[in-house]
Write a protein that binds this ligand. Structure first.
Ligand code: NAD
Ligand code: DAU
Length: 338
């Protein structure tokens, strides 16, 4: 099978490529990535000489290039991760989110249709559903209406609708998955968990937005990769699958305190900072459909794999130190030193 992975140099995309080459050693993977600030080929060093893996630098927003690549490489399956993915950056500047997440997805869909792709799997987010009430037991499910509340989630919602529309209108064989907050190795240290770990390793304070009582549903990245694998093997065309983790409601402050405890520091390093505008209070995913239909459920428990993730960042200082330079410093100043 020839698989095109878009955004394969990012956090989840690179974990997916490593997972796929290990579990499907006969398949060929083409990784198409623009290498924005979030793309990092260091993530894929262990497979760069694998004859079944090829990296191609390019932009999903370039229709001629995308169409030629899919035709020339005789791509059969597309797994579409490429996106601008950070909510805070979408608040500072929505333009690249609209361009890549909406227009880029449209360009890929057109090329997929023209080249008679066997499957287009679109990776999306639970953020398209908006926010749940703190303290409620409600979870996002497939009857939850879309209600995106940030430029990032609005751009992902638009992309989801386009992907679904290509199934209904043109019979393009698509599947969609909407998942919760991933964590694990190779996550860019602008996201909560790696930002907290690397700030602690640098001896800095750790920023918590607002009252810290926001709730996310944490999913270990390898569980996510396994869910995508099952959807590709057994998922029904045109369907959406919700993928979530094993945490019962846990606040950001509790997550931060767990990391501080694992790393043996004092809670005095917590710094409550200005809240994110339009901050979604609570996310929780009902993943019973993917369990019932495809037999998937999360396996990696939060506490064990949070410790593993802390250990990974502690052992891979070079990886994140190279990332936390230049553009990162400018972004950090804009976001945290207002
Ligand atoms: P990331 O920001 O770490 O990586 C995104 C990758 O896409 C980067 O390698 C970047 O270079 C590439 N890219 C960006 N614009 C591109 C373009 N125009 N052309 C080609 N490549 C481009 O993101 P991530 O956290 O790995 O997320 C991957 C996908 O999963 C995204 O679609 C995101 O919306 C979705 N998602 C992420 C999470 C999460 O917790 N990280 C949760 C739910 C859904
Ligand atoms: O829910 C899935 C989404 O999870 C994905 O679609 C996004 O691509 C991904 O970035 C993530 O979005 P969040 O906004 O939930 O993730 P982030 O790590 O930025 O923030 C997690 C929570 O922690 C959120 O409530 C904001 C808070 N936070 C974040 C940062 C960076 C802080 O309190 N302090 C911080 O410094």
């Amino acid at each position: 099978m020839k698989v095109l992975v878009t955004g394969g140099a990012g956090f989840i995309g690179s974990n997916f490529i490593l997972y796929w080459l290990k579990n499907h050693p006969k398949d060929k993977i083409i990784n198409l990535d623009k290498l924005t600030y979030a793309g990092n080929l260091d993530n894929l060093k262990s497979v760069e000489n694998n004859p079944n893996y090829k990296f191609i630098k390019g932009d999903i927003c370039d229709p001629k290039f995308v169409n030629f690549l899919i035709y020339n490489e005789q791509i059969e399956i597309i797994v579409h991760f490429a996106a601008e993915s950070h909510v805070d950056r979408s608040i500072l500047n929505p333009a690249p989110f609209i361009k890549t997440n909406i227009e880029g997805t449209y360009i890929l869909l057109e090329a997929a249709l023209k080249n008679k792709i066997k499957r287009f799997h679109h990776i999306s987010t639970d953020e398209v559903f908006g926010a749940l009430k703190l303290g409620s037991k409600t979870k996002f499910n497939l009857n939850t209406p879309y209600n995106p509340r940030s430029p990032y989630s609005a751009s992902k919602a638009a992309a989801d609708h386009l992907v679904h529309a290509y199934y209904i209108t043109y019979n393009l064989p698509i599947t969609i998955s909407n998942c919760s907050n991933n964590f694990g190795p190779y996550q860019f240290p602008e996201k909560l968990i790696p930002l907290i770990i690397t700030n602690i390793l640098e001896g800095k304070k750790v920023p918590v937005y607002g009252d810290g009582l926001y709730v996310r549903d944490w999913l270990y990245v390898e569980d996510h990769c396994r869910a995508i694998d099952l959807i590709l093997q057994k998922g029904k065309l045109g369907e959406t699958y919700l993928v979530g983790g094993l945490t019962d409601d846990i606040s950001n402050l509790e997550v931060v305190k767990k990391i501080i405890k694992i790393m043996g520091r004092s809670e005095k390093i917590v710094e409550f900072v200005k809240d994110r505008p339009g901050h979604d209070r609570r996310y929780a995913i009902d993943w019973t459909k993917i369990k019932a239909e495809l037999g998937w459920q999360p396996e990696f428990d939060f506490d064990t794999y949070l410790k593993y993730t802390v250990d990974w960042y502690t052992r891979n200082l070079d990886w994140w130190k190279r990332v936390k330079t230049g553009e990162y410093q400018e972004y950090y100043k804009k976001q945290y030193c207002k």
